[in-house]
Design a protein around this ligand. Structure first.
Ligand SMILES: Cc1ncc(COP(=O)(O)O)c(C=O)c1O
Length: 478
């Protein structure tokens, strides 16, 4: 195969030893030149990928040259829209090697997860087992389970390396009564730590009678998900995370054998083969359309096809190796930055090894005495330098509670006398710093982004900068 024969090349001119710098440097110049012309350093790929210029051009040419009508009709413009949507659907299935699956287009990964939440047949005997390291769009499914009398059970991760607590996971799965409607949900890659969780848990949970929901949103931009090798019942994806454009299109992949297990609680335009107003009967369609409420995003969906072709033209393996090299280099450069007394400036959270990481790092910044700087203040410094990173909890409260040792009692005490709350107030209440800073690399990242970010971190060695950040810490009451 073309992709597996590629050998990462290291540019002779580069200061850092990052694999394939020549190729990706050239790609940056052709497809992402706006980064350099606007002087932006973009390090938030887990938030959203950047679109290549050629993808916009192709899509705009398609729209400019053709006439598209609303699907759900036999007229010629409608048929053309349907044709392109179906071609794209096939392309998505091929991308994931998903012959056993049905592809339902959604607005995003959250839309996919909501379909599973509202349609999974939870009942009073059901268990919804989920990893504590999950995005809120998965956490929210517990409310569907709880409202039907089932029990949601969190499985912890290990404080020291943020990996799954395997004995605890085994126990939660093993002790669940077989034969009920039980669902296990976990992310293929953590949106916070970047850790790729072992996909072996899919077949393990299935062997104990569970259905499995794999949240692949953070994994698929830089790793191959082959659904002929692992076969979770449900998979959630957002396409802008893979190639940046279009936003507003994602998909739910449903294993064919699980399709009829989902009980859609209502019907809507586009989802029925028959509906009557006078006797309140309806029949749902027996295809992907059942879950595609209303008019699908028929102008943007064809751009997904172009996006997948773009990724295919580079090769996901090549992207994967490149991102791995970028993140290893970034971590190595950051770890070299120390204070005068030898104390580290940075603490990277998660496992020491990088074999299981995607393109994401989370970290905290420390002063010369080991005291933590407020992440928000560091982010402001980055913003001032046109560096886009992210700080906070990243919609994943569980991993943050583990990282910062926030106990159930502390959260319970806080909620006891409050009807409403906000995150900043909770931080003041705890009198601790919460969250972390997340830096993520991707297809358009080059050596200069790594150098720019490490220079920013190096500025924390400067006493004046350090004092100014620490004084903000006092003012903001952290
Ligand atoms: C792992 C994971 N799951 C789900 C989501 C939700 O994705 P979206 O906001 O596109 O629906 C995200 C978004 O960052 C994510 O990283």
């Amino acid at each position: 195969m073309r992709i597996s024969l590629l050998k990462p090349r290291i540019s002779l001119n580069s200061k850092l030893q990052i694999a394939d710098e020549d190729f990706f440097g050239a790609l940056r110049r052709t497809e992402y030149s706006r980064l350099d012309s606007t002087n932006h350093t973009y390090l938030d790929y887990t938030g959203g990928n950047l679109y290549p210029a050629s993808l916009l051009k192709k899509h705009h040419a398609l729209l400019a040259k053709n006439v598209f009508g609303n699907p759900h009709s036999g007229n010629p413009t409608s048929r053309y829209s349907t044709e392109l949507i179906n071609e794209t659907r096939e392309k998505v299935l091929r991308f994931f090697n998903a012959d056993d699956y049905i592809c339902v287009f959604t607005q995003n990964a959250t839309g996919a997860l909501k379909i599973v939440g509202e349609s999974y047949p939870f009942n009073e005997k059901s268990s919804f087992v989920l990893l504590i390291d999950n995005h809120n769009s998965v956490n929210g499914i517990r409310e569907f389970c709880n409202s039907k009398g089932g029990a949601a059970k969190y499985v912890p991760i290990q404080y020291k390396n943020l990996e799954i607590d395997e004995p605890a996971l085994r126990k939660s799965i093993d002790e669940t009564t077989k034969g009920e409607n039980n669902l296990f949900a976990f992310p293929a890659q953590s949106n916070v730590s970047g850790l790729k969780h072992d996909l072996k848990w899919i077949s393990y949970a299935q062997s104990k009678g569970f259905d499995v929901l794999l949240d692949a949103a953070a994994f698929v931009p830089t790793s191959k998900l082959d659904l002929s090798l692992v076969k979770p019942e449900f998979v959630s994806v957002s396409f802008y995370k893979i190639f940046g454009y279009p936003t507003g299109v994602g998909c739910l992949l449903i294993r064919k054998s699980a399709f009829h297990k989902l009980k859609k609680p209502w019907f809507a335009g586009g989802t029925v083969s028959f509906a009557s107003a006078v006797n309140q009967t309806y029949f749902l369609t027996d295809s992907h359309e059942r879950f595609e409420d209303g008019t699908v995003n028929y102008l943007d969906i064809p751009a997904v096809k172009f996006g997948l072709e773009y990724i295919g033209s580079i090769g996901l393996n090549r992207i994967s190796k490149r991102v791995h090299s970028l993140i290893e280099t970034l971590a190595a450069e950051l770890n070299k930055i120390i204070h005068d007394n030898g104390q580290p400036v940075i603490k990277i959270l998660g496992p020491k090894s990088f074999s299981n990481r995607g393109g994401t790092l989370i970290m905290n910044f420390l002063d010369i005495n080991g005291e933590q700087y407020p992440n928000g203040e560091f982010e402001k410094r980055a913003n001032d330098n046109l560096i886009s990173i992210r700080s906070g909890c990243f919609c994943n409260p569980g991993i943050d509670e583990i990282n910062n040792c926030v106990t159930k009692d502390e959260v319970t005490a806080y909620f006891t006398d409050r009807k409403e709350e906000d995150y900043d107030e909770f931080i003041s209440y705890l009198k601790e710093i919460r969250g972390a800073t997340r830096v993520s690399v991707g297809i358009a990242t080059t050596e200069k982004d790594i150098i720019k970010f490490t220079s920013l971190v190096r500025s924390l060695q400067n006493k004046a900068v350090a004092n100014s950040l620490l004084s903000k810490k006092k003012v903001s009451g952290y």
